[in-house]
Design a protein around this ligand. Structure first.
Ligand SMILES: O=C(O)C/C=C\CC(=O)C(=O)O
Ligand code: MG
Length: 428
C-alpha cells in the first residue's frame, strides 16, 4: 500500500468552540472558512503493535480518530459520490504535542517519528455515527462520537479532491476533539470502535529506540517534500512579513509534483498565481539528530522546483495551507538531480525566473536566512529524514502573477533549468 496521509484540524465542534474567541483576534481575524488540512509524512507512520516514541521533556497527546482509506482515484468528487471512492476505514491515532497556535504549519508538534499509528482497514460503509474509545493501560480515558465532526467523511473527501487528486491507498484522518489524553513512556494505548480492528501501541522513551532502527512506513514509499516559507528576507518583506526567527516549514503532497516541460493549471477566477524558483536539497541517507557540522554528509544532490502558490486561497490557518501550495501539478520539479560533488557551494548559486523569455525574478542562495546544513540539523532534531526526502529552500523576491499561455522557466545556476507552461482549467 502506498499513499499520503492527509489530516484535518479544527474539525470537531469542541475545538472550534474552545478557539472561537481567539479566532476573531489576530493573527487569525476570522474563523476558518475551509477545512484546515495538514499532512502526516512517512516518518510518522507506524502500525498497530509498534511503539510510539515519546520525545524526552515533551507532553505527548493521544488523538484517537478514524482514517478514511481511498479506494479509487478521486478528483473533484461530490459528497454524494464519495462512497464509490472509499475502500474502507481504519482506526488511527493523530498523536501530537500540544498546539498553542493554528497560524503556522504544525510540523514540529504533529510530524514527529511514530506520531501516526494506523490500524488495519475494514470495509465498513459509514463512520458518520461511530463511537471511538481510548483506553490507557486497560482503563477507558476518552470516548467521542464522529457525529460531532463539523465535516463528515464524504464532505472531507469532496473538499480535498477539489484541489488534490487522491489515489488508492491515500488516507484522510477525520479529526479529533479538543480534549486529548496524555501519553507517557510505559503506557499502552488502545483505540477501539465497533466494526474496526483495534489499534494498540505501547509508548516508549524516544531515547530507547536503537540508533539504526527502521520504521515501518506502511503507506508511503515516496519521499517527503519539505518546503521553506519566507527563507529570503527580501521575499518576506515583499509579502509584508518580518524574516522568521525559526524555519517556517510546510509539507507538499506528491499530487502536487509535476515534471519538466509539462503544464500547470491556473484555477479559474483567481487573481494571484505566483511562480517561486527554489533550490531543492535531496537527502541521501537517513538523518536523525545530525549536527550542522555533519549535515552536508547527508545530502545526495540538488534539483530545482517551481513552488507555485495560489495566494487567493490563503487563510490564516496553518498558513500557507494546502489549497495554496498542494494543488495537483503545481510543483514542477527537476529536470535532474545533480550530484552534490558537482556543486562547489550551494550557498552561492543564482536563481532566476523568466516568463515568456523576460527575466522576472533573480536572487542568490547567498541570501538564504537558514542555510542547507542548518535546515538538515533543525529538521532531523525532531524527525527522521530518509533518503529521497527533499527540502525546497524557499524563494527570493520578484513574484508576479502568471496567466494561461505563459511559459515559465526557473533556473538554479549549475543545477538545472525547469520549463513549465500555464494552462486554464478548460484546456487542462
Ligand atoms: O504564508 C505565506 O504567505 C508565505 C509562505 C510561504 C511562501 C513560500 O513558499 C516561500 O517563501 O518560498
Ligand atoms: Mg516557496
Amino acid at each position: 500500500m502506498k499513499g499520503t496521509v492527509f489530516a484535518v484540524a479544527l474539525n470537531h465542534r469542541s475545538q472550534l468552540d474552545a478557539w472561537r474567541d481567539a479566532f476573531n483576534q489576530p493573527p487569525y481575524n476570522t474563523p476558518p472558512k475551509t477545512a484546515v488540512w495538514f499532512i502526516k509524512p512517512r516518518n510518522t507512520l507506524i502500525r498497530s503493535g509498534d511503539a510510539i516514541p515519546h520525545p524526552e521533556g515533551e507532553q505527548v497527546l493521544s488523538g484517537a480518530t478514524v482514517a478514511l482509506i481511498v479506494g479509487k482515484t478521486a478528483t473533484k468528487i461530490r459528497p454524494e459520490e464519495a462512497a464509490e471512492y472509499i475502500a474502507g476505514y481504519a482506526l488511527a491515532n493523530e498523536v501530537s504535542l500540544p498546539e498553542e497556535s493554528f497560524y503556522r504549519p504544525a510540523i514540529k508538534a504533529k510530524c514527529r517519528d511514530g506520531f501516526c499509528p494506523l490500524g488495519e482497514m475494514a470495509a465498513i460503509n459509514s463512520v458518520d455515527n461511530l463511537t471511538i474509545t481510548t483506553e490507557i493501560n486497560g482503563r477507558e480515558v476518552d470516548r467521542w462520537n464522529t457525529a460531532d465532526l463539523q465535516r463528515n467523511a464524504a464532505t472531507l473527501l469532496s473538499e480535498l479532491s477539489a484541489f488534490a487528486t487522491l489515489n488508492p491507498g491515500d488516507a484522510i484522518l477525520l479529526g479529533t476533539p479538543q480534549s486529548r489524553v496524555a501519553l507517557n513512556p510505559g503506557d499502552s494505548v488502545r483505540v477501539l470502535a465497533a466494526g474496526l480492528p483495534t489499534l494498540e501501541n505501547s509508548v516508549i522513551n524516544a531515547r530507547e529506540l536503537p540508533e539504526n532502527r527502521t520504521f515501518a512506513w506502511p503507506l508511503s514509499t515516496s519521499g517527503t517534500l519539505f518546503a521553506l516559507g519566507l527563507n529570503y528576507a527580501d521575499h518576506a518583506s515583499e509579502l509584508d512579513f518580518k524574516p522568521p526567527t525559526e524555519p517556517l516549514v510546510f509539507i507538499k503532497a506528491p499530487n502536487t509534483f509535476n515534471e519538466h516541460n509539462q503544464t500547470s493549471v491556473r484555477p479559474d477566477n483567481v487573481e494571484y498565481m505566483h511562480y517561486e524558483a527554489e533550490l531543492v536539497v535531496v537527502i541521501g541517507k537517513t538523518a536523525r539528530n545530525v549536527s550542522e557540522a555533519d549535515a552536508m554528509d547527508y545530502v545526495a544532490g540538488y534539483t530545482v522546483c517551481n513552488d507555485y502558490a495560489i495566494r487567493d486561497y490563503l487563510e490564516n490557518y496553518y498558513r500557507p495551507n494546502l489549497r495554496v501550495k498542494s494543488r495537483d501539478g503545481l510543483t514542477p520539479i527537476g529536470p535532474d538531480i545533480v550530484d552534490k560533488s558537482a556543486i562547489a557551494d550551494p550557498h552561492n548559486l543564482t536563481l532566476r525566473t523568466w516568463v515568456n523569455g523576460e527575466l522576472r525574478q533573480q536572487g542568490s542562495t547567498r541570501d538564504l536566512i537558514f542555510s542547507v546544513p542548518f535546515l538538515i540539523a533543525y529538521l532531523s532534531e525532531f524527525m527522521t529524514l530518509q533518503p529521497g526526502d527533499m527540502i525546497a529552500t524557499g524563494t527570493p523576491k520578484g513574484l508576479a502573477d502568471v496567466r494561461p499561455g505563459d511559459e515559465v522557466v526557473v533556473e538554479v545556476e549549475g543545477v538545472g533549468r525547469l520549463v513549465n507552461r500555464i494552462v486554464s482549467e478548460e484546456t487542462r
